[in-house]
Ligand binder design. Structure first.
Ligand SMILES: *Cc1c(COP(=O)(O)O)cnc(C)c1O
Length: 382
């Protein structure tokens, strides 16, 4: 069976299974050994080498989903991204990184890079000219995030990949928000794809994990740093992640469908001032999103009209939980100005378009009528 020809849900359910040769059980056995017999200099199994049976096999599922030769699973999204960065940036190198980026990634760059003598430039915007302008003679990596958090801006993946190739600069993307169900950046020329598997891969708000997928050569380079940093994941969690990923395609498609319907509905709602969703024709990069995404994703943001308090709105919701994280099967919301962006000043928030009225919405799989009812009711009570 060629895994390239398998459909999405077949990859999700079957690729990377550990066959139960002993008892012929239907699911992968969990191998918890942290000690394996020495067989050969090339096959030294050890949890921190990312090659216990469960880690090795689940990596194949992730590689198949992202259309790469290889992948690695980490203990968190931050373990994945930090290991990837440190594998491709050394003292004196320069990183070009998109200005709107997951907060943890921003902190890692600002707090850790100076200690290693790694230089970086945050772009002014997300157009290809912004990336071009940020490149220095010592740039070795360009890192992007699209759709971005929380305003769902769309970066031109192909253009960034071409820019990188034309200057022999590696390119990487944080594909967490879209997931491989909705976006395959490798097919557009990006070198490396990383994920917070805590989000859609896990999908049930009960796993913390990360992943990087790329060519075998790049993964070997990341592996060499990863075994030193030690950010591997326990096999128990790997097993849970495999179980979760069997429904990745089903979940994300259902969530994406719900998000599209809700975005359109919210856009017409008299108490909603603005909706940010790449699937709306009014989104500034709608055409670009349509050309590079298979679906528009299940994350959206919206602004309440002036006078309505975002905190009061969230408190009035009964079904939709307030949550710092995202991507579970349950719908959740957060107010960026009180949470993810609370450390910025009002002026800084204004500059990047994060108003006090803004709510980020991670759309789940619930029945759409119940979600609409919950939002409608909360809006009528505040
Ligand atoms: C959550 C998140 C991360 C970090 O992942 P952890 O699993 O929390 O370490 C990175 N990027 C994006 C876009 C995220 O949402």
């Amino acid at each position: 069976m060629s895994k390239d020809k398998l459909g999405l849900n077949t990859i999700c359910t079957h690729v990377g299974e550990v066959k139960d040769e002993q008892f012929k059980g239907a699911v992968s056995p969990m191998y918890l050994s942290s000690s394996y017999q020495f067989l050969d200099v090339d096959v030294k199994r050890y949890p921190r080498y990312f090659n216990t049976p469960n880690q090795e096999f689940l990596s194949k599922k992730i590689a198949a989903l992202e259309h790469t030769e290889a992948a690695m699973i980490f203990g968190s999204g931050m373990a994945a991204i930090s290991t990837m960065f440190l594998a491709f940036l050394k003292q004196g190198d320069h990183l070009v990184v998109q200005n709107t980026l997951y907060g943890g990634t921003v902190n890692f760059i600002k707090e850790e890079f100076p200690k290693y003598g790694i230089e970086y430039t945050f772009t002014n915007g997300y157009s290809i000219e912004d990336f071009e302008a940020a490149i220095q003679p010592n740039t070795t990596l360009i890192h992007i995030e699209t759709p971005s958090n929380p305003l769902m801006t769309i970066t031109d993946i192909k253009a960034v990949a071409q820019l990188g190739k034309s200057k022999s600069i590696f390119t990487s993307i944080d594909n967490t928000f879209a997931s491989p169900v909705n976006q395959n950046p490798i097919d557009m020329g990006i070198d490396m794809v990383m994920h917070s598997a805590t989000k859609y891969f896990g999908g049930h708000s009960d796993i913390c994990a990360g992943a990087v997928a790329s060519s075998a050569v790049h993964i070997e380079r990341i592996w060499n740093v990863g075994k030193n940093l030690g950010g591997s994941l326990s096999d128990m969690t790997v097993w849970m992640l495999e179980r979760s990923m069997k429904t990745l395609g089903l979940r994300v498609k259902a969530q994406t469908k719900n998000a599209m319907k809700l975005a359109k509905w919210l856009d017409k709602h008299p108490k909603i001032a603005k909706v940010y969703y790449p699937g709306l024709k009014s989104h500034p990069e709608y055409k670009l999103a349509k050309s590079q995404m298979k679906g528009f994703g299940a994350m959206l943001s919206f602004e309440l009209i002036e006078g309505l308090e975002s905190h009061a709105f969230q408190n009035a919701l009964q079904l939709i939980k307030s949550s710092m994280s995202l991507a579970g099967v349950e719908s959740t919301m957060l107010s960026p100005h009180l949470t993810s962006h609370s450390l910025l000043t009002q002026t800084e928030r204004d500059a990047i378009g994060i108003s006090d009225q803004l709510i980020r919405f991670s759309v789940g799989i619930e029945s759409i009528k119940d979600l609409k009812h919950d939002i409608d009711k909360a809006l009528s009570q505040i």
